[in-house]
Write a protein that binds this ligand. Sequence first.
Ligand code: CA
Length: 520
Amino acid sequence: MLNRCLALGLLLSTFALAGECRAQQRPPNILFLFSDDLTCQAISAYGDKRQLLNTPNMDRIGHEGMRFDRCLVTNSICGPSRATILTGKYSHLNGFYNNSNSRFDSSQQTFPKLLQGAGYSTAVIGKWHLMSDPTGFDYWHILPGQGIYYNPPMNDQGKPVKHSGYTTDVITDLSLEWLKNRDKSKPFLLMSQHKAPHREWAPAVRHLGWDQDRQYPEPETLFDDYHGRSKAVSDHDMGLDRTFTDLDAKFRPSPNMTPEQLKAWNTYYEPRNEAFQKAKPTGKDLVRWRYNRYMHDYLACVKAVDENIGRMLDYLDSEGLAENTIVVCSSDQGFFLGEHGWFDKRWIFEESLRTPLLVRWPAVIKPGGVSSSIVSLVDFAETFLDVAGVPIPADMQGHSLLPLFKGQTPADWRKSLYYHYYEFPVPHRVRPHYGVITDRYKLIHYYKPDVDDWELLDRQADPLEVKNFYSDPAYAETVKELHAELDRLRKEVKETDAPPRAAYGNQSFEGEQLPGAKKD
Ligand code: CA
C-alpha cells in the first residue's frame, strides 16, 4: 500500500491523494463519547414518537455515519457495562457484577491496555465508577464514584483536584485540553465519559426552564398495572408513584453549588415547588407532576451532553481530524422515561436493554447508515482493536463491528444474545433475572430470592412488553426453541454454574435457589 500510494502520489502530484494515503496508513484515532444512563428515547436521531428533545450534535454523528438500532447491553447497570466494554467479556468472566460490592480487577486484559501497547496514546476523562484506579491509560482524570453535577472534585491520576462549573462542561474542557496537548506522533484513544444524565438529573443553570414548562406526552405504559406478570415485575422500588425522593423532585437543591448557581436554581424551582405544595396532587396527578418534573430535568442534562458533544466534533473539524477519527457515541445502558411507570434501568425490557450507538468514521462508514443487527457493548473492545489493526484476543466474547461499518454484515452474525442482571435488593428491588433475546422474543427467568417465574415477551405482538405469553399454548413450540437457545448461549458464554453469592451485592437471600433449572 505504501509503495502504491507513493507511486500514485508522485504520478499525480496531488496533495489530496497523498493525504488520503497517509490517512489509510495510520490507524484511526478513537473518540469514545460515553454518557451514563443516556437512552435512545432522548436522542432525536432515534425518532421517539414523543419527540422529547432535539439533539443535533448526536444526530450529526448518526447522520454522517451509522445508527445502530439494536445495541443491547448484557447486564443493564453502570459499572458492569463499563467492565464489559473494557474487557469484551460478560460480568461473570470480568468479575464485575454489580454496583454494590464489585471492584474491577485492573490487572486483567483490557482494550485500552492493548491499544496502548500497540502505540496509541490513551486517556480516560470523566466518570469511571469501577472502584479501582484506571490502568492502560497514559492519562486519567476521573470523578470519584458517581461524581456530582456541580463544581466536581476529581482525581487527577491520584491527585485530588477541585473544578468549578457544571460537570458535563468540565469533563469536555478537560477532554479538549488533553486533545490539544496530546502526543501528536501517535493515534489517540480518548474516552470522554459523562456523569450526566444519571440520577438526580441536575440541569446546568443555563438550561433551567429550557422547555418553557412543556407538558410532555406520556408513554403508553405510564400507568402499567403489571397484570398477568411476575411478582418480580410488579414488586419493584423504581416507580414514579413510590420511589421519587426530594432530591429527584428538586425539593432539595443539588449539592455543592456556588451561591450564584444556587440563586439561579432557586429562582427556577421555588415558585414551581410552591405551586406543587399548594395543589397537593395525589394519585395519577402526582405521577404526572413527577413525570413532567423528571422530563424537564433529565432532558436538560442530555441537552448539555449534546452541546458538549458538539464542542468535541467542532474540535475534530478545526484540526482536520474528522476523516480518520472514529467517533462512537454511546451509553452504559438505556433508561426508562416513564415507561411501565419507571425511571432507572436494570431490566431486560427494551428501554433499558437497548443503548444508543452512533458511530462516525468518514474514512470507512458511508453516511446515513442504519443497522438493525443485534450488537452489544460486549462487542466494543473487539471493534476498537479491529479498527486499530490490533489482533483480538481469543478470550474476548464479542465480535468486531468493523464488517457492519462497511455495510457487510456477516451471514452468521448473532441472532440472539444472552443477558443476566444480578444486583438485589438495593437499590430498586429489581430481582435477578437472565434470559435470551432475539429480534422478536425474550425468554426471561426471574429466579431469586422469592420468585421462580418464566416470562415470554413477543415484541411483534406486544411492542410495549406488557404481556407474558409463556403459558399460552400457541407459543409452546417457541418456548421450547428459546429454552434450547438459552441453554446453548449459557454454554457459549460460559455461565453454566450458579453465580457466587457476592454477585448479588452485600445482601443475603432467603429461599436460596440456584438459577438455570427449567421450570416444568
Ligand atoms: Ca448507568
